[in-house]
Ligand binder design. Structure first.
Ligand code: AQP
Length: 341
């Protein structure tokens, strides 16, 4: 799978390094949308470009932007760490965001370079604010924290699903503004999309994306769902009722979503995938098996990691130690540029 680059990155002193950053927030369990939109493309990129460095972050600070339960957050964070390791990321590339206090420090400096209107315009803010009973201020400033996550590492590439593209654009705008106003400080990253799987839709409601916070579980496949449950959810996935297996995202969104998921699992082109099937039943059977084949090895490894709390704690500790040196250098550069020392 080749990754498409949307625009050129502008880099700072650590410039020779190609570095990709991806973050996952523990607001729920990882699902197939996270896997096909972010995890698999990142793993493919690691395999195809040995010269590039990958940074994988469990974005627990982002999980505080909506109503949360502290105990649940703690266990979801451990679960997410174990799931990311089980997906195949090297422990050397993973850390937990709140273990590195420089995220919060840079967040504040970048808030001083971001307009209120810019943050309030974000589509995800508007959608989530409309659903929440009480809107936390951190929900508004979430994309600025995300900009801090990216800029802290001098990341050159940020692979995301379509839902996060606007936030990476904001990070680019803030970095460019800061660089212009206070002198060259930050690497300006590129956004990177996977060719297939950039927007995996809900199986029960293909007008909405598969997400951790959608109300019903029936349209969402978790990476830890057992084969029988995967088969049941796929069998019940809504279709467009025409009977023909045609890939047309605008006119046949439901069946096109299923085709796209299968194509992403098999790293194929959706039109080519669609041509192999003459009925919805055939397509659904092949899709269920492709998902089960994708998830089975992850689930096997997951049970080893989650039962070894000592190892997970050590991964966390070593991850923070590795990241803090670079993070503190970036913050020192930004503080100096903005006039704090
Ligand atoms: N449905 C999706 N299709 C493709 N990519 C997706 N991503 C998320 N959903 C899809 C990508 O997964 C990465 C991590 O996302 P996150 O943990 O920050 O959560 P999110 O993007 O807000 O999406 P969720 O998991 O669905 O949570 P809710 O429901 O709370 O919005 C990102 O790269 C994202 O693009």
């Amino acid at each position: 799978m080749t990754l498409t680059l949307s625009s050129d990155a502008t880099t700072t002193e650590s410039e020779a390094v190609r570095r990709r950053l991806s973050g996952f927030k523990p607001t729920g369990r990882l699902h197939l949308g996270n896997y096909l939109g972010a995890i698999q493309p990142m793993l493919d990129a690691v395999a195809s470009a040995a010269d590039a460095e990958s940074v994988i972050m469990v974005a627990d600070l982002h999980a505080l932007t909506i109503e949360h339960d502290p105990q649940r957050l703690r266990s979801l964070t451990a679960e997410m760490l174990a799931t990311l390791l089980a997906c195949g990321f090297d422990e050397e590339s993973i850390y937990v965001q709140s273990d590195v206090p420089e995220h919060a420090e840079l967040h504040y400096l970048l808030e001083c370079a971001t307009g209120y209107g810019e943050a309030a315009r974000m589509i995800q803010f508007k959608q989530k604010a409309a659903q929440a009973e009480r809107v936390r201020l951190s929900l508004l400033t979430y994309p600025v924290l995300m900009a801090a996550d990216i800029l802290l590492h001098d990341a050159t590439e940020v692979p995301v699903g379509e839902d996060q593209a606007q936030h990476v654009e904001l990070a680019r705008d803030v970095a460019n503004r800061f660089n212009t106003r206070y002198g060259h400080t930050f690497t300006v990253p590129r956004v990177v999309y996977p060719p297939t799987g950039a927007r995996v839709m809900d199986l029960a409601d293909p007008t909405g994306k598969m997400g951790k916070s959608s109300l019903s579980d029936s349209g969402r496949i978790y990476l830890l769902d057992k084969p029988e449950l995967v088969r049941r959810k796929v069998a019940r996935a809504v279709t467009d009722g025409h009977g023909e297996v045609v890939y047309d995202r605008d006119r046949r969104p439901a069946i096109s979503n299923l085709i796209e998921i299968l194509a992403a699992c098999e790293r194929d082109d959706p039109t080519v995938t669609a041509a192999r099937f003459s009925s919805y039943v055939q397509l659904k059977e092949a899709l269920a098996e492709a998902i089960v084949d994708t998830l089975t090895p992850i689930q096997r490894r997951y049970s080893e990691f989650i039962n070894d709390r000592g190892y997970l704690d050590a991964v966390r500790r070593r991850g923070a130690e590795r990241v803090r040196d670079r993070a503190s250098r970036t913050v020192a550069r930004a503080k100096h540029a903005i006039g704090l020392h």
